[in-house]
Design a binder for this molecule. Structure first.
Ligand code: ADP
Length: 261
């Protein structure tokens, strides 16, 4: 009675508040742990190539070497520097996205007209690897979305499909129209991803085979960025895969009436 009159919460209420506070603290702890892990990973990822380059430079400066030797060292360094620049740009993007600094620029676009030029461009890369790329995209689907973000998502997914699919593999892009969403599927006949890795590939710096990703110029940040961009456009990204058969990424974009930006 007294509790009620003085507006003091009862025991049940206090217990409920304590539980909810506990849950909040747990979540906060996980977030802080995540950031600590990320800072550690990022420092390590940036330091390793710098250490390698320092070693190569010291070795080259030890004594007189042939022009060819210097050229090879410089080429190796250029590759590393390119990868570092890519990594730093991707980290900057993620930092801006974490701080909600990336704005959504909505526009009404025709999916066929937006995606086909990009696919034609990617075809050149697949031809170099003797892969086949095909697409099934219905004409005249208009959606309201951020075209740059959508293109970036597709570019990243296709880049991965090409990288992680052996020669003579196939890549297919399909667009399906559902009552309240459009689904964009990017399927490849590549190595596939085992279940234990599947839920982690969107984490920053997570790579199934570090050496291989590195050789292919990867940074392990691509899918983390794709995930951010998918959220930015209000979409939902999912993945299914079968080891030895291939992988399919699926992006669902909810439809809003066009004209209503
Ligand atoms: P990376 O720069 O290493 O490609 P991503 O974030 O784009 O980084 O991808 C993370 C990891 O997920 C890759 O290293 C690779 O192991 C795996 N992966 C991504 N896409 C595919 C795919 N289409 N087929 C098989 N594995 C993939």
């Amino acid at each position: 009675e007294l509790h009620k009159r003085l507006d003091i919460p009862g025991e049940d209420e206090v217990a409920r508040l304590a539980r909810s506070l506990n849950r909040m603290l747990n979540r906060l702890e996980i977030t802080v742990e995540g950031y600590k892990q990320f800072t550690g990973d990022a420092s390590h990822e940036l330091r390793t190539p710098l250490t390698v380059m320092k070693g190569e430079i010291s070795l080259a400066l030890q004594k007189e070497r042939s022009t060819n030797y210097y050229k090879e060292v410089l080429e190796g360094i250029e590759e590393e520097v390119d990868r570092l620049i890519r990594m730093v740009e991707q980290l900057l993007f993620l930092a801006r996205a974490d701080g909600d600094k990336i704005k959504n620029h909505l526009n009404t676009i025709d999916l066929y007209e937006t995606l086909v030029p990009l696919l034609e461009q990617m075809k050149i890369l697949t031809e170099a690897k003797h892969q086949e790329i095909s697409w099934i995209i219905p004409k005249h689907i208009l959606i309201s979305t951020d075209p740059d973000a959508l293109q970036q998502i597709l570019l990243n997914l296709l880049d991965n499909a090409i990288k992680y699919t052996p020669e003579s593999g196939r890549i297919e892009v399909r667009v399906e129209q559902h009552p309240d969403l459009v689904r964009i599927l990017v399927a490849d006949t590549g190595n596939g991803i085992a279940n234990e890795h599947l839920e982690r590939i969107f984490e920053r710096f997570y790579r199934i085979d570090k050496g291989r990703s590195r050789e292919l110029g990867g940074t392990g940040l691509g899918l983390a960025i794709v995930q951010k961009l998918a959220h930015l456009i209000g979409g939902n990204l999912s993945v299914t895969s079968a080891v030895g058969h291939g992988t399919t990424f699926s992006l669902d974009i909810p439809l809003r009436p066009t004209g209503q930006l």
